[in-house]
Design a protein around this ligand. Structure first.
Ligand SMILES: *Cc1c(COP(=O)(O)O)cnc(C)c1O
Length: 452
């Protein structure tokens, strides 16, 4: 039987609203707290646009997508839903594997789905300059792309180890007109202090966040942006799951299992939440939702569900989430986009409540998975994405044993064209598997803010 390789939608079918899972949560999220007073707070208004702040705490199920944003989405959306027939065949699995491919966006990942929205709302409110941090450079390049389209300036603090390992994403940011400095930098007090202590600091997302926040707070007409974790980011990313739902409806299917990789949780939540909402409302019973993370940064599998700072020096609000501690400096694994110490509060809460389960994998295993994917489906995927593929391959093999004809869906979050040096390291046998020691997790967790 010949099956369609990809299920496509028309531009008219791009969703007109984002889905807000806060409307369907069994219980509301724990409040966001002020870093000093520990009183309930909003996102600092001197850092965030008021519309994004409204979305952060909204309980409305549907939030309209402005036509100007849908118009930019049309450059690459709707993204295709693929059936991975060749991967299925190689695995001899009775499972059907589908993936939504976000590598078609200009920066090559899912991140512009929110970058475009954030740039738009800030532009609307008269902001002229946006600051941010970036790990592997996916977020920085997405924000650079978005700010260019809406005529804003863009300042990016890039984690030093990635600045050195992934020079081409820095080039992308330059093409789209952003300024990029390695973090820790001497542009901020936070960076200066850290460089005094450790001139060779590899940096971390937590530190880069602190620098970008300090920059926005101390410069006129500047706001800060975050590429993951926050509720409004997750909201914007639901465009992917909503499109996927329409695509599955066209072939009269509904996934039994959903897989995605988790850094801060935005691509995973964006794909899974529109489906998980059906489960929360009792419209679906069986849905296995699996978050895939690195063993070297095992936030969901080894972290604690506690209040913690979003950044490493305690400038950002405190949120309840799975965390490895805000002063966690992760090992230099190649999936740079998955090295954040915390996770989305929404994703954390739903994991805590048992709606999502998590798995952790070693980097040699995820590159094995990425290689099988390239050999069968052709696409060279980002090391981050490879965590999801590893999870899917394990599940498809399990289905082979049991004979289950499950429908497995995963979010293929981006291409690996700027991660080729990581593939080279894999070929040369230079990848080191690193399990974050329980002892260090324990130590980092001793510095959690003491919330009453
Ligand atoms: C940034 C990134 C991730 C991880 O971020 P999330 O917020 O967890 O989605 C995953 N895949 C790719 C390709 C990325 O660029």
């Amino acid at each position: 039987m010949i099956v369609d390789q990809k299920i496509l939608l028309t531009e008219e079918e791009i969703p007109k609203q984002w889905y807000n899972i806060q409307a369907d949560m069994p219980e509301p999220l724990d409040p966001m707290l002020h870093p000093e007073t520990h009183e309930p707070t909003q996102l600092p208004p001197f850092l965030f646009s008021s519309e994004l702040n409204r979305q952060e705490f909204s309980k409305e199920r549907w939030i309209d997508i402005p036509e100007e944003i849908r118009d930019v989405y049309r450059i690459w959306r709707p993204s295709p839903l693929y059936r991975a027939t060749r991967l299925e065949k190689a695995l001899k699995t009775p499972a059907k594997i589908y993936y939504k491919w976000e590598g078609v966006s200009p920066p090559g990942s899912h991140k512009p789905n929110t970058a475009i929205a954030q740039a738009y709302y800030n532009m609307k409110e008269g902001i002229e300059r946006l600051t941010t941090e970036t790990g592997a450079g996916q977020w920085g390049s997405s924000l650079a792309f978005a700010t260019k389209l809406f005529d804003l300036e863009c300042m990016v603090y890039m984690v030093r180890v990635s600045y050195q390992q992934k020079p081409y994403r820095k080039s992308l940011m330059h093409i789209w007109g952003a300024e990029v400095v390695p973090s820790p930098s001497n542009r901020t007090q936070t960076g200066q202090k850290l460089l005094e202590k450790d001139p060779d600091s590899p940096g971390s997302l937590g530190v880069a966040i602190s620098e970008a926040v300090e920059d926005a707070a101390t410069n006129e007409n500047s706001h800060y942006t975050l590429g993951s974790v926050l509720n409004h980011v997750v909201l914007h990313q639901t465009i992917m799951g909503l499109e996927a739902k329409q695509q599955f409806a066209k072939i009269d299917l509904y996934p039994d299992a959903i897989y995605g990789c988790v850094g801060g949780g935005s691509n995973f939540a964006g794909a899974a939440f529109p489906f998980l909402g059906d489960k929360l409302r009792g419209e679906r019973k069986d849905l296995d939702v699996v978050a895939c993370e690195p063993a070297a940064c095992p936030t969901l599998t080894k972290g604690l569900y506690e209040y913690d700072f979003g950044d490493s020096v305690g400038l950002a609000p405190i949120v309840k989430m799975y965390t490895l501690g805000h002063d966690f400096i992760p090992p230099k694994i190649h999936a740079g986009g998955l090295r954040y110490h915390g996770d989305s509060p929404l994703l954390s809460r739903l994991t805590k409540d048992g709606y999502i389960r998590a798995e952790a994998y070693h980097q040699t295993d995820i590159f094995d998975a990425a290689m099988l994917f390239a050999h069968t489906e052709g696409f060279v995927i980002a090391p981050e994405t490879a965590h999801a593929v590893k999870g899917v391959i394990d599940e498809a093999k399990r289905c082979k044993e049991t004979g289950e004809e499950k429908t497995i869906f995963f979010l293929n979050s981006g291409h690996g064209h700027f991660d080729l040096s990581s593939y080279d390291a894999y070929f040369e046998g230079k990848l080191v598997d690193y399990e974050y020691p329980a002892e260090l997790v324990k130590r980092a967790l001793e510095n959690l803010p003491k919330v009453g």
